[in-house]
Design a protein around this ligand. Structure first.
Ligand code: PLP
Length: 331
């Protein structure tokens, strides 16, 4: 079986496991895990921010990041298919009292004209105030689409001008960095607070980080514990993240090439595939998934008429070629 359902299905490599076994650890709730501290400092530095905080999931990092910018009863603007709007089960409302309004873009891009239209300044006791704007780079449900730096810079200028903050869901920011050559620091400069994942294309078994100012991270540390996310000798997992940063970033270019190969096989224009996710429109999506599984390729639906293929660390060039051949026989 070649598994293209998600880039979360990777298993730690032998050398990643070796790094985990030999990690120095301590109680991270006491702030005494040296490997976690190393990872947090390193990731903060990569994005040019003061601090970072390791936590179990990207969803938790997004929840804590957005709540650091948006008070209960205020709103965050985002694209309508954003992970924070669609795939976190309403966490921002359920836990943080945050409301959302959305703009729609088929490729998940920033629509600055719509952001300007939606943006609501503080109007006292009459209207919901827009406290933050959230962007997702790369955009998961838009097929791993990259948000161009120039659009992000224009959004940053707008947000600064109106006194709004920016949250970046950078679960796959590494893919955007490798696909475009944009330095991670340039992406970091756009956002007040970011969330980044180690457990997607980077291939770590667990782990995400919130990235921001020292004050934001100090407050997020309290909320992480409050939500049950204070972990103890977790350097064993942070070591996997450090290993991934050393060994699994540049290789994302292979995943991107494999995704284009699969796109072509499924009748999708490879030039529309920015990174490691291929969205295939199929009126028979659930049936296609079953037929693909029978043929030896696991794929997933992200809607009744949409199939998604995701390449990752566990898919070799040979696997991608075999999967392309099998899928081409089904389309
Ligand atoms: C996977 C993902 C997350 C976080 O997911 P978890 O499963 O909670 O780690 C956040 N944003 C995007 C865009 C994602 O793809």
């Amino acid at each position: 079986m070649i598994d293209l359902r998600s880039d979360t299905v990777t298993r730690p490599t032998a050398s990643m496991r070796a790094a985990m076994v030999s990690a120095e650890v301590g109680d991270d709730v006491y702030g005494e895990d040296p490997t976690v501290a190393l990872l947090e400092d390193r990731v903060a530095g990569l994005f040019g921010h003061e601090a970072a905080l390791f936590m179990p999931t990207g969803s938790m990092a997004n929840v804590l990041a957005v709540r650091s910018l948006v008070a209960p009863g205020q709103e965050v603007l985002c694209e309508s298919a954003a992970h924070i709007a669609r795939a976190e089960l309403g966490a921002h409302g359920a836990y943080s009292g945050v409301t959302m309004r959305t703009w729609h873009h088929p490729r998940g891009q920033v629509d600055l004209a719509m952001v300007r239209t939606l943006f609501a300044p503080d109007m006292g006791p009459f209207f919901v105030r827009t406290a933050a704007i959230s962007v997702e780079n790369t955009h998961n449900f838009a097929g791993g689409a990259v948000l161009p730096l120039s659009d992000l810079r224009d959004l940053r200028d707008f947000a600064t001008g109106v006194g709004a903050s920016i949250h970046m869901d950078g679960a796959r920011i590494w893919n955007a960095h490798v696909a475009t050559g944009t330095p991670l620091r340039d992406y970091g400069a756009i956002a007040d607070v970011m969330a980044v994942c180690l457990s997607k294309g980077l291939g770590a078994p667990v782990g995400s980080l919130l990235v921001g100012s020292r004050d934001t991270v100090a407050e997020a540390r309290i909320w992480r514990k409050r939500m049950g996310g204070g972990m103890r000798q977790v350097g064993i997992l942070a070591a996997a993240g450090l290993h991934a940063l050393d060994h699994h970033v540049e290789r994302l270019a292979d995943d991107h090439a494999h995704a284009r190969l699969l796109a072509a096989a499924c009748g999708v224009d490879p030039d529309g595939v920015d990174t490691n996710i291929v969205v295939v429109p199929r009126p028979d999506a659930p049936d296609f998934v079953l037929r693909a599984a029978d043929a030896g390729v696991r794929v997933a639906t992200v809607g009744p008429t949409t199939v998604r293929l995701v390449t990752h660390l566990g898919v070799t060039r040979a696997d991608a070629e075999v999967a392309a051949g099998l899928l081409a026989g089904l389309v």
